[in-house]
Design a protein around this ligand. Structure first.
Ligand code: IMP
Length: 430
């Protein structure tokens, strides 16, 4: 992926998250010198399988598992200090020393305990209409950022300032908790005492993410900007309001680390060979009953962050075309092809009908996306093991045909195909 002309790559999820970005980041990180996250927080769950076993990372970029890669959390990431330190310790206990090669943007905002309380209370109050968030405090932390009430990493150096923000934040949170009829209250003393204990280690990680990345590129390094969640969870371009609270798409990568978009050379979209979604919201190609159970079990589709069963469905070409346009994808990495190995036939969504009328576009309103009926193409299954294939030519003919159809429907060339969770189970195309 990286060469003389391709030095800065953005990697984004093309569907509703869980596309296997952790695995693809890990594969690309072999050639990268710096990997940075640009949005989201500990709501992500990136699973990476290496010789030492399986790692699930929520905040630290998946590039961490290569010992020489510098890892950065950009200004667009919201950082839960306790989760960050716990993750550093977890990696250390498993032989991965990350602390001296991890940087955290001093401009990044912090997720505080009352953000998590608010996330939980709001979800509980919404009842059947809930978003199904990960309850990691993401929405409330971004709300404080945008409404200019947030606390940033750099602010930790000024305890008086922290006290002022936290006192005000806790008071505002308590008014909302009261409104939702929740008895639990935010406690500014408790927030400050846990924050103060973590402050020296968090401040020591502080950096200017944009300056570091620009210097790295000027030095001839290879930079990977790792997206979390997926394009359909983007706050602007996803299935609003059933989305996360950040710009997950490639446009957010430059702003989320502090570089100009002109420095980005390629945008690689990671897409599962079928579709899954976790949490509530419309999902046109969703399967039900036994078919759903089969795909969920074959793909081990259970959330890496919350353990929730994911909702499985067929590949949705309308979703992928929408994501391709919004992200300006230059290539696709198709993951989990092997999960479809035992199917007699595989369905591929190529369009939608809305109230009996064909629509080429992805509708804006969740209520309309709920009502669309997918138009499917039936593809023959390949009924053969692809997990051991290591080149395009080794793939069964029907699997190659299915992948070519994905390329045509998405109008984006396939660059990588993943056929299993191990690092070695990857096919480079073209
Ligand atoms: P939040 O990001 O926790 O606020 O959750 C908002 C929506 O995004 C919910 O539907 C979550 O299930 C979904 N979501 C957040 N992070 C991920 C992820 O890493 N993978 C898949 N879905 C996610």
């Amino acid at each position: 992926m990286f060469d003389d002309k391709t030095r800065c790559v953005v990697l984004v999820g093309v569907q509703w998250g869980d596309e296997g970005k952790g695995k693809i980041t890990d594969v690309l990180a072999e050639q990268a010198t710096l990997v940075a996250r640009y949005q989201g927080g500990a709501n992500a769950g990136h699973t990476v399988l290496v010789d030492e076993g399986e790692f699930i990372l929520h905040l630290i970029p998946s590039g961490a598992l290569y010992p020489d890669v510098r890892c950065i959390l950009g200004n667009g990431v919201v950082i839960d200090p306790k989760t960050l330190i716990d993750e550093i310790e977890m990696l250390k206990s498993r032989g991965v020393d990350i602390e001296d090669r991890l940087g955290v943007s001093r401009r990044a905002h912090l997720v505080l305990p009352y953000h998590k309380q608010l996330d939980g209370a709001k979800e509980a109050a919404k009842g059947a209409g809930k978003i199904g968030t990960t309850k990691r405090g993401i929405g409330p932390a971004y709300r404080d950022k945008i409404s200019r009430n947030g606390l940033r990493v750099c602010d930790l150096a000024d305890q008086d300032y922290c006290w002022r923000v936290v006192r005000e934040g806790a008071a505002a949170a308590n008014a909302i908790l009261d409104y939702y009829g929740v008895e639990e209250r935010a406690d500014s003393e408790a927030v400050m005492s846990s924050l103060t204990a973590l402050t020296p280690r968090i401040l020591a990680l502080g950096t200017d993410s944009g300056a570091e990345i620009r210097d790295e590129l000027a030095r001839g390094g290879n930079v990977l900007l790792e997206g979390a969640q997926g394009s359909l969870l983007d706050v602007d371009h996803g299935t609003y309001p059933f989305v996360t609270s950040s710009t997950t798409t490639a446009g957010g990568a430059a702003a989320g680390v502090g570089i100009g978009p002109t420095l980005i050379d390629e945008v690689l979209g990671v897409v599962k060979a079928y579709t899954t979604r976790v949490g509530a919201g419309p999902f046109p190609t969703e399967l039900e009953g036994d078919e759903a159970d089969r795909l969920r079990n074959l793909g081990a589709e259970f959330g890496a962050t919350t353990g929730r069963p994911r909702r499985p469905g067929w590949f949705d070409g309308v979703v992928v075309r929408h994501a391709a346009g919004v992200n300006g994808l230059t290539g696709l990495a198709v993951t989990k092809l092997d999960v479809l190995d035992s199917f007699d036939e595989v369905l591929l969504g190529v369009g939608y009908q809305l109230d009996g009328v064909a629509t080429a576009n992805f509708p804006e309103r969740a209520a309309d996306i709920e009502r669309v009926r997918p138009v499917y193409e039936k593809e023959a299954g390949w009924k053969a093991d692809t997990g051991s294939c290591r080149s395009w030519d080794e793939l069964p003919e029907a699997a190659r045909h299915y992948l070519r159809r994905i390329e045509t429907v998405a109008e984006v060339p396939i660059r990588l195909v993943s056929v299993g969770s191990a690092r070695s189970q990857i096919i480079r195309v073209g």
